[in-house]
Design a protein around this ligand. Structure first.
Ligand code: PSU
Ligand code: MN
Length: 308
């Protein structure tokens, strides 16, 4: 079998070879989750936050038919500014690679590439989930199935209430995915710390999370792991503000007949517009907060792997 078109930067390859902590980062948030230039600034800042917390960042994307684990400055600019980048989940990868195209990777595709590279921890903003009204639309993000099958721990700020949070948790329970909230009893709702829904498990430190991931690996259960890290208090939005914005955004998506993979980017942009950028600020801050937690978890995990 011919080898895959695959490229890793030296910094990432060296860290992995030496068992040093690496944190995977996704690129859909850059190309489809935030406007330019905040998307590019955030991509840079998030990489720095990972470094400041002792790990090597590996932002992942598909560039001109090649899987890239660790991106160059050029790659980041291209993803942030060119406007014509595909959004790739598991089902899109073979198309994009075989056609020599470029795509930002969602949580599902990023997990696949991270596992391929041997990266165990991944920081994102929010994962996809079961959409409200999924009983009619069947709109359930491929991210959830990916968490069931791919061995990567994902740090997210919970899921947005554009989704059905209780159904998302039910789905993850069915799939056997461990879900842990960090430092809170609730499963956070992305823009807000509270969702009114209890998380299956609460752990209070990154060290405890790393130990649980390590136990999950020792059990050879396969599949991923979800860490829900609430947005810091000062960046958490007012519940009524965000709820209203979400309701209007959902109504607009319905009127305009938005479907499939366009739904999430459409809603994110709409919510940022309605809240006059407040949701974007909160989004940028929570991604950094997740990068910090992920780097610390990855650090503890590599220590545990070194001594066992
Ligand atoms: N949530 C965000 N920003 C994002 C996404 C989700 O706040 O950029 C992206 C992630 O890449 C996630 C994807 O994996 O949207 C889910 O898309 P869908 O709902 O189409 O499965
Ligand atoms: Mn969908």
């Amino acid at each position: 079998m011919k080898s895959l078109p695959y490229h890793t930067t030296e910094a990432v390859a060296d860290a992995l070879a030496e068992g040093r902590p690496v944190v995977a980062l996704e690129s859909t948030i850059i190309s489809h989750g935030m406007p330019y230039p905040q998307n590019l600034e955030t991509a840079h800042v998030v990489e720095s936050v990972v470094r400041e917390n002792g790990a090597v960042p590996a932002t992942i994307a598909l560039i001109r038919g090649q899987i890239r684990v660790g991106l160059s400055e050029n790659d980041l600019h291209f993803l942030a500014g060119s406007g014509d980048i595909h959004k790739a989940s598991r089902r899109d990868m073979a198309y994009v690679l075989s056609q020599g195209k470029s795509a930002a990777t969602t949580v599902s595709a990023t997990m696949i590439c991270a596992e391929m590279a041997g990266i165990k921890v991944f920081a994102t903003g929010g994962i996809g989930g079961v959409h409200r009204g999924a009983a009619q639309t069947f709109d359930i993000s491929a991210d959830l199935q990916e968490l069931a099958r791919t061995r990567v721990a994902v740090v997210s700020a919970g899921v947005k209430s554009i989704l059905d949070i209780p159904l998302t948790l039910e789905y993850l329970e069915t799939l056997g995915v461990p879900v842990v909230s960090l430092g809170t009893d609730e499963f956070p709702a992305f823009y807000t710390r509270n969702s009114g829904v209890r998380a299956p498990f609460r752990l209070d430190t990154e060290d405890e999370v790393a130990r649980m991931i390590f136990a999950h690996e020792q059990l050879h259960l396969g599949g991923g792991f979800l860490i829900a890290n609430p947005v810091p208090e000062q960046w958490s939005m007012e519940k009524s503000t965000i709820d209203q914005a979400i309701e209007s955004a959902l109504a607009a998506a319905d009127t305009q007949g938005i479907s499939g993979k366009d739904v999430t980017p459409f809603l994110l942009a709409k919510i940022a517009g309605i809240t006059d950028g407040e949701s974007l600020v909160s989004n940028i801050q929570l991604v950094q907060n997740n990068a910090r937690a992920a780097a610390r978890i990855a650090g503890r995990l590599s220590e545990l792997n070194a001594v066992h």
